[in-house]
Design a protein around this ligand. Structure first.
Ligand code: AMP
Ligand code: MG
Length: 343
């Protein structure tokens, strides 16, 4: 399949062409403020199937449905609980996904992995939002990467993973937040954060009071509530370890790995980079004083190692407050929870 690559600088007609492809049941990748999404008509089972095939995504991992105006939900959402409405009023358009009860027979079965709920979000990125507005359909859109890989924050990342597998890519530059949306489940009695993301738990609790977090859910229940939670994710080709310890410990770990013949890469803050003396492949992802920058550059940093001869990646763990919770969630998944811990 030929994959068209459009830039938004080519003019507004690309929105028309992309919308037409989506209406015909094809797949189009487009920027949102979180990461690039791979879109298809959420009401068309065959179109949705193309997303799963292009990504190599397991069929039991449901997709998020994207809309351009809240009124579109009338067609496929059964009911909006009061607290969900408060979050919509506060954070939409924005990086927040709500799991809500679905009207039967509206969204394609494969988009929700057969569940009777649907994850829905309104992105704030002008390009994504304009495409959704012109298409005027609910658009299922997971991140536009091969399943398991770091999510794409540039059109180049999408090309790396999906060229030849999808109909088109709209290049709208780098995404803003750089991490996926926060997913809040309203199917149960108590709102539950299934995935930390662009809107922090603190921000959500300020609006609707206490919420449960996915960590408790996984500990308490046998089957994860969001099927996606059971898969490893966000991983570059080389294995990643989170290193917890002082500078001496870092240098010791680097030396030991090199003695074993590994080529070590570091994914660390500007601050830590200024302290470590070892001459290794270092990707600095920003200052710990600006955690938003670290979120924005995390996936690009992870992907950069795939273009080097690095065989082992040591990453820095960060403070979990605010956006730090989402950063650490992605880093721990990329590392498969592997830590090297000093005293
Ligand atoms: P992605 O599309 O890769 O950003 O991942 C979407 C996330 O939303 C995954 O973690 C899914 O499991 C979750 N999700 C989407 N729809 C639902 C739903 N109806 N119920 C529970 N989780 C969902
Ligand atoms: Mg994804």
């Amino acid at each position: 399949m030929e994959t068209k690559l459009w830039s938004i600088d080519q003019g507004t007609h690309i929105y028309m062409e992309a919308a037409e492809l989506l209406r015909q049941g094809e797949t189009v990748a487009f920027p949102t403020e979180t990461v690039y999404g791979l879109g298809a008509d959420a009401t068309n089972e065959k179109a949705v199937q193309k997303i799963f095939e292009a990504k190599g995504r397991p069929a039991d991992n449901p997709l998020i449905v994207h809309i351009a105006s809240a009124s579109q939900m009338d067609e496929f959402i059964e009911r909006i609980p009061e607290k969900a409405q408060k979050l919509i009023d506060e954070f939409w358009p924005g990086p927040l996904t709500l799991i809500l009860p679905m009207k039967k027979g509206t969204i394609a079965k494969n988009a929700t992995a057969g569940l009777d709920t649907v994850g829905v979000r309104m992105p704030v990125h002008p390009v994504g939002l304009e495409l959704l507005r012109i298409t005027d359909l609910p658009i299922a859109a997971p991140s536009a990467n091969r399943s398991g890989r770091p999510s794409p924050t540039t059109a180049r990342h999408v090309e790396e993973d999906l060229t030849g597998k999808i109909s088109a890519i709209i290049d709208g530059g780098s995404t803003g937040v750089g991490l996926e949306s926060t997913v809040v489940d309203f199917a149960g009695e108590m709102p539950t954060i299934l995935r930390p993301g662009g809107v922090s738990t603190e921000q959500i609790e300020e609006v609707i009071g206490p919420v449960k977090s996915a960590k408790n859910v996984i500990a308490k229940e046998e089957a994860p509530k969001a099927p996606g939670m059971k898969y490893t994710h966000y991983a570059p080709e080389a294995p990643v370890y989170l290193v917890k310890g002082d500078v001496a410990f870092w240098e010791e770990q680097i030396e030991q790995a090199e003695q074993k013949g590994e080529s070590v890469g570091l994914l660390i803050s500007d601050e830590l980079a200024s302290e470590i003396q070892a001459a290794v492949n270092t990707i600095k992802i920003g200052s710990t004083q600006k955690m938003e920058d670290i979120a924005r550059r995390l996936y690009d940093g992870l992907r950069l190692f795939d273009h080097t001869d690095v065989t082992l990646i040591f990453a820095e763990p960060f403070d979990r407050s605010g956006i730090g919770e989402a950063i650490m969630n992605r880093l721990e998944k990329a590392a498969g929870n592997k830590y090297l811990i000093g005293d």
